[in-house]
Write a protein that binds this ligand. Structure first.
Ligand code: CAA
Length: 240
């Protein structure tokens, strides 16, 4: 059954694969993005998926952004909180700004978006919320105190909210990707990246489509008995 889906950060990286996969599964998809107009336009030209520009870290912007999507496509039934940024630095060099930017986007953004679709999902008795966390929210990572804290927060958020959605037909789950071949991972210094790949038992980075397939499954009507779950897809790098 085709439903209306929002994918935050849905025009690039893992988000772009998720947007495409949900469209292929028959859903009407809105991809949000924060700043890269050129990438968003190229994505829409290629896929036909509409993009909407707003900052997930800003509650009012999310409120009007969700309103705009609902005006264009209808009530949102699937929300994929994928938007995420890194500001890596060892803790002793990390600035308050690097902390706030990551927490605002990667954790508060999940609150802002979910809060603005939640009442509608409750009223209609159906919803799928899928949060994209990270292996580094599960195991920690040198240079990512901010990111690991936010991503671990996404896991706690998921578990708590799943209990509130359960009686209303809303499932809330979290996917923890390992290191996936995207611009974010390519930005890691090459020497460090080689060390990381050496720690992945399957011997390679993951592909964005491998995460998108996890999300499509959790977004489907068939997954109604799965809620509060953490789905790990990391090539065996960390066994949670
Ligand atoms: N473990 C232990 N020590 C480490 C280390 C590690 N993983 N990485 C660096 N160090 C040590 C260095 O050996 C060095 O030690 P000395 O001072 O004794 O020589 C010290 O820390 C400082 O290292 P750098 O000079 O490299 O410090 P820097 O400030 O230039 O950069 C860093 C540090 C930003 C953390 C850099 O190492 C880095 O980018 N690491 C990768 C972090 C990472 O994995 N990020 C994931 C991004 S992808 C993502 O987030 C997606 C996802 O969900 C998986």
């Amino acid at each position: 059954m085709g439903r209306v889906a929002i994918v935050t950060g849905g025009s690039r990286g893992i988000g772009a694969s998720i947007s495409r996969a949900l469209k292929e599964a028959g859903h009407e998809v809105a991809a949000t993005y924060g700043g890269n107009d050129e990438a968003a336009k190229a994505f829409t030209d290629e896929t036909g998926i509409r993009t909407f520009k707003f900052d997930v870290g800003n509650y009012e912007a999310c409120k009007s952004g969700v309103g705009e999507v609902e005006g264009a496509l209808g009530p949102v039934e699937i929300l994929v909180n994928n938007a995420g940024i890194t500001r890596d630095a060892p803790f002793h060099k990390m600035t308050p700004q690097q902390w706030s930017e990551v927490l605002d986007t990667n954790l508060t953004g999940v609150f802002n978006m979910t809060h603005n679709v939640w009442d509608g999902m409750r009223e209609r008795g159906f919803g799928r919320v899928i949060n994209i966390s990270s292996i580094n929210g599960q195991k920690g990572q040198f240079g990512q105190v901010n990111y690991a804290a936010a991503k671990a927060g996404d896991i706690g958020f998921t578990k708590a909210l799943s209990l509130e959605g359960a009686r209303k037909g809303i499932t809330v789950n979290v996917v923890c990707p390992g290191y996936i071949a995207t611009d974010m991972v390519k930005a890691v210094p090459e020497k460090v990246r080689e060390q990381i790949v050496a720690q992945i038992p399957v011997g390679r980075l993951g592909e964005p489509d491998e995460i998108a397939r996890c999300v499509t499954f959790l977004a489907s009507d068939d997954s109604g008995f799965i809620t509060g779950a953490t789905l790990t897809a990391n090539g065996g790098q960390y066994l949670a």
